[in-house]
Design a protein around this ligand. Sequence first.
Ligand SMILES: C[S@@+](CC[C@H](N)C(=O)[O-])C[C@H]1O[C@@H](n2cnc3c(N)ncnc32)[C@H](O)[C@@H]1O
Length: 186
Amino acid sequence: MSLGFLREFFKSPGSVGAVWPSSPALARAMVRAANVAAADFVLEIGPGNGAFTGPILDSKRPGARFVAIEKSPDLARAVAGRYPAAKIVAGCATRLAEHIDGSPDSVVSGLPWAAFAESLQDAIMHQITAALHPSGTFATFAYFGPHRLKAGRAFRSKLGAHFRDIRRTPVVLANIPPAFVYYCRK
Ligand SMILES: C[S@@+](CC[C@H](N)C(=O)[O-])C[C@H]1O[C@@H](n2cnc3c(N)ncnc32)[C@H](O)[C@@H]1O
């Protein structure tokens, strides 16, 4: 457990959205669901302390591009320190188009959607769908249980408004709390 992550949570709980980073098992499920191994350009949004970043870098093809966008400058600096060869941008997903060049065909989101106001969810989702390659995959996780509550159901409807094909992985129990991955295509 990284102290930097915990510190960021107490500084901006509405932005970090979780006290505990995702587990290696959830990272593996994200990487598989987002089809990282077959992608030409992988975009990670909200890497935090890098729970998904390492598994993405280990799984992507050697020639594939990788960019991560992290809103917290401290976490962006920390994750860039852990993965010096990776391009980590300190920036906001609401301005995705300014930070990337080209169309990612695999987008891995670590964003805490449930902590966001609906207007922020819409702004980011709009940026993601505009950037995603037409045949690309967008993957994001949801905690099992809260996904049945009003906010969780509203987020699932939002995915339905932006993507034609939405699937779910089995629940990853080896995560605190247990979670599953939505993986979506336009
Ligand atoms: C719940 S943490 C997830 C970290 C890591 N991916 C994991 O699953 O353990 C969410 C991360 O998203 C970042 N974040 C929140 N809003 C963002 C935004 N608008 N643009 C980019 N990153 C954002 C936060 O700073 C935080 O590092």
